[in-house]
Design a binder for this molecule. Structure first.
Ligand code: FRU
Length: 483
């Protein structure tokens, strides 16, 4: 805590980070190649942008303890999306209108990197208003006297009115803000010519009564011809973050969802945000954690991580989110390059594939419908008492990640699943990224993704494969050490 706990500043936040920086080496769980906070707490990705060639990622940050507290914006930069360098804290809740700088986005306004965020204040009413902060060097930010730039609540919201995401369209700045009213989650639209004066344009989209009571972190974008509204709904059973695809009517400003799909089927995923990079790719990063967990890394004075960046693409009318191509830059020593058939009810040792930071890629071909279950053990101990199980049932198309024996349990469901039908060749492809306390599974090039935090002991570094029922051909299994 800073000396005066009502007065958080960038200087005191940077000081506490510097004091903690030396501690990393002795940590068991510190992720090798995912972005984590230097110390303290991280939640949502904020302000994702490529600015003058450099990728910037900001995040919800409380540097003083590994728990949620008065929110700052942490900051890291990267030239390749997979190697990140920490930067000084970008925003502290240092103005009279805020005791937290909540989630938001970033735009390049003619060479001025502009952050648009929610100023949250617990003891004010309204408690959430929208603000901006600007920077020419991409590191030091100023808050203008015009703040809050949206200083009153529009009629269609309650006091939960946050997470502005700004884009340009038809020469105007357009913003979506998340909210809810009377149990109906909503995204509201605003427009501006200068990022300082905003005009309310009404409800972009709202729940039909089954899509959650409050929408956090809405993001409205286009890929190809498809309009996508992504949001993180509160109290939408079975859903944590969804892509809604549908029709946008320019005249009414209304978006009508036609199809919904989960952004990530894992237990530990929330509040994703996307941005378009300078090559025109749409890239997505999520918070690889979730509210109300026990966060075992608190013992190491940090909590929270980002997922690997993923590209959002449309194939045959469906959204796919494969890892960005740059993930291949993480590859070190190649551990296996092989193809073989797993005979029914047998196990295959892949002893050479071991470690706490790995990529494992393979294509499975299920020759007979009789193959009931393919199983892959990840981060397993020698004696089998600890393991994270990936299970695929070709008959039902169900992919399951079972982490009930993964190590320390953190309060999530422990079992996640996604539906993936086999293609005509009866194949399923898997690209699995293991880090020291995480697993991300990309099935069929990102048709479904499952992100999980796991907390095995250091010695649990083994993998193996089994089938039951019939045969399964493991085509082209490759694995690399990562980091
Ligand atoms: C989502 C969220 C946002 C809010 C932020 C606060 O995880 O609740 O709605 O801006 O976290 O840290």
């Amino acid at each position: 805590m800073p000396e005066n706990s009502n007065h958080y500043t960038i200087e005191s936040a940077n000081k506490v980070i510097a004091q903690n920086a030396a501690a990393h080496k002795s940590e068991t769980y510190r992720l090798n190649y995912h972005l984590t906070p230097p110390c303290g707490w991280m939640n949502d990705p904020n302000g994702l942008i490529q600015f003058n060639g450099v990728y910037h990622a900001f995040y919800q940050f409380y540097p003083y303890a590994p728990e949620w507290g008065p929110m700052h914006w942490g900051h890291a930069i990267s030239r390749d999306l997979v190697h990140w360098e920490h930067q000084p804290v970008a925003l502290a809740p240092d103005q009279e209108y805020e005791n937290g700088c909540f989630s938001g986005s970033a735009v390049n306004n003619n060479g001025v990197l502009t952050l648009i965020y929610t100023a949250h204040h617990d003891s004010k009413s309204p408690k959430e208003l929208q603000c901006v902060a600007t920077s020419r060097d991409g590191i030091h930010f100023d808050k203008p006297i015009e703040n809050p730039v949206i200083a009153t609540l529009p009629p269609d919201t309650s006091e939960d009115f946050r997470d502005p995401k700004v884009r340009t369209e038809n020469g105007r700045w357009r913003m979506v803000v998340g909210c809810g009213k009377d149990g109906i989650g909503r995204a509201l639209s605003f427009e501006s010519a200068d990022l300082l004066h905003w005009e309310y344009k009404g409800v972009l989209c709202e729940s039909d009564g089954k899509m959650g009571e409050l929408w956090e972190c809405p993001d409205f974008f286009t890929i190809g011809k498809e309009r996508v509204l992504m949001f993180s709904p509160i109290r939408m059973p079975g859903h944590k973050a969804v892509f809604a695809t549908g029709d946008f009517d320019e005249a009414t400003g209304r978006f009508r969802p036609k199809a919904l799909r989960e952004v990530d089927y894992g237990d530990d995923f929330y509040a994703p945000q996307t941005f378009e990079d300078e090559n025109g790719r749409r890239i997505l990063i999520g918070w690889m954690d979730m509210w109300n967990r026990s966060y075992p890394t608190r013992d190491e004075n940090w909590a929270g991580a980002f997922t690997l960046p993923r590209e959002v693409i449309i194939k045959d009318g469906s959204i796919f989110t494969p890892p960005v191509a740059e993930a291949a830059l993480l590859r070190g020593k190649k551990l296996i390059d092989n193809s073989f058939t797993l005979i029914k009810n047998s196990a295959a040792n892949i002893d050479e594939v071991c470690g706490d930071s790995l990529e494992i890629k393979c294509t499975l071909q299920f020759d007979k419908e009789s193959c009931r279950e393919f199983k892959m053990k990840l981060r397993a101990s020698k004696d089998g008492s600890e393991e994270t199980l990936l299970i695929y049932d070709p008959a039902t198309g169900k992919l399951t990640i079972d982490k009930t024996k993964s190590g320390i349990q953190t309060g999530g469901s422990g079992i996640s699943s996604a539906e993936l039908k086999l293609n005509r060749q009866k194949e399923l492809s898997l690209d699995i990224f293991i880090d020291r306390c995480s697993v991300e599974v990309f099935a069929n090039d990102g048709e479904a993704v499952v992100s999980e935090r796991i907390y095995p002991s250091k010695e649990s570094i083994y993998c193996d494969l089994t089938t039951s029922g019939g045969d399964c051909t493991v085509k082209n299994i490759s694995a690399w050490e990562l980091g």
